[in-house]
Design a protein around this ligand. Structure first.
Ligand SMILES: C[S@@+](CC[C@H](N)C(=O)[O-])C[C@H]1O[C@@H](n2cnc3c(N)ncnc32)[C@H](O)[C@@H]1O
Length: 285
């Protein structure tokens, strides 16, 4: 079993059972603790950033919301007219997303699916967004996942990673703030330089370049947004071929060589030890 599949299965257990109540609350308007309010504010700022990087008018465009959770980003994209395919490995979160789905005025639509974000059966997309859904995977698995997604993406892939400094502090802080039952599979620290090098070495990502990055820093939430855009090609025909459903979920990731022992020391959100006041700040490269 590859490290990707092992981690995905841990995340399914965590988001579908262990933390479903906390996650449901965090992603609603219900009152939360001061710490979690900073996480909610950071996540709102991150969602706004990722949406800002997508076209303002998404009519006729296909978007994959990869690891959609309770579906907030998918709803905003559909309101812009996008045809959104929103997928999550947690059936309970997809159930919540369906319950919360508001009426979408205009031509946009959302299809919710339970499953793996890398399933080739989902088809081709103009844009892919993966907000905080790759942060628990190791760097080689993140890049392998981006490579898989890139095969079916005609425009851009926008995603988030946890900066290295956040995780180190998070692992230190986690035990102090959260009871054991509320802990998530560890968030994996990623340096931007290391990730850029891996992306530049991945043949499937040859036509993709890092367009911009932005750090969202809000109290106990710290995450980096990254946009990969595809360069145009003269003989490229968007949406030309729709792949067959295949057993390609695990198969697509088998080549990932590195594996690691999972650890559960980290907390359920991006945490770090600092007395932040919840403001969101940015950095672009
Ligand atoms: C931290 S939550 C973020 C959810 C949503 N993107 C948001 O920002 O509200 C991460 C989500 O990614 C999902 N996830 C992780 N790995 C996945 C995979 N391989 N395929 C589909 N969903 C996945 C988890 O089940 C979880 O709902």
């Amino acid at each position: 079993m590859s490290s990707y599949v092992t981690r995905r299965s841990q995340l399914e257990t965590y988001f579908d059972r262990t933390a479903v109540e906390a996650w449901s609350r965090l992603t609603s308007d219900a009152p939360v603790s001061k710490i979690r309010a900073t996480v909610r504010a950071g996540r709102d700022a991150m969602r706004t950033t990722l949406l800002d990087w997508l076209p303002a008018d998404m009519r006729g465009l296909r978007l994959l919301d990869a690891g959609c959770g309770t579906g907030a980003l998918a709803v905003e994209a559909a309101r812009r007219g996008a045809h959104v395919t929103a997928i999550d490995v947690s059936p309970t979160l997809i159930g919540l997303a369906r319950e919360r789905l508001p009426e979408i005025a205009g031509p946009g639509s959302i299809e919710f699916h339970v499953g793996d974000m890398l399933d080739p059966w989902l088809g081709r997309f103009d844009h892919v967004v993966a907000m905080d859904s790759l942060i628990h995977y190791q760097a080689p698995d993140i890049v392998r996942a981006l490579a898989e997604l890139s095969l079916r993406t005609d425009g851009s892939i926008v995603f988030t990673v946890a900066p290295r400094t956040a995780l180190l502090t998070l692992m230190h802080a986690a035990g102090k703030f959260f009871p054991k039952a509320d802990r998530a599979p560890a968030i994996v620290p990623i340096t931007e330089g290391g990730l850029r090098r891996r992306i530049s070495r991945e043949p499937a990502l040859e036509r993709f370049a890092v367009e911009r990055t932005r750090r969202i820093n809000s109290g106990f939430y710290l995450s980096n947004a990254i946009e990969l855009t595809k360069s145009p090609s003269s003989n490229h025909h968007p949406h030309a071929e729709e792949p067959e459903r295949s057993g390609g979920l695990e198969g697509g990731l088998q080549p990932v060589a590195q594996s690691f022992e999972p650890s559960f020391e980290a907390a359920s959100q991006h945490l770090r030890m600092r007395g932040g006041n919840g403001s969101a700040g940015g950095r672009s490269a």
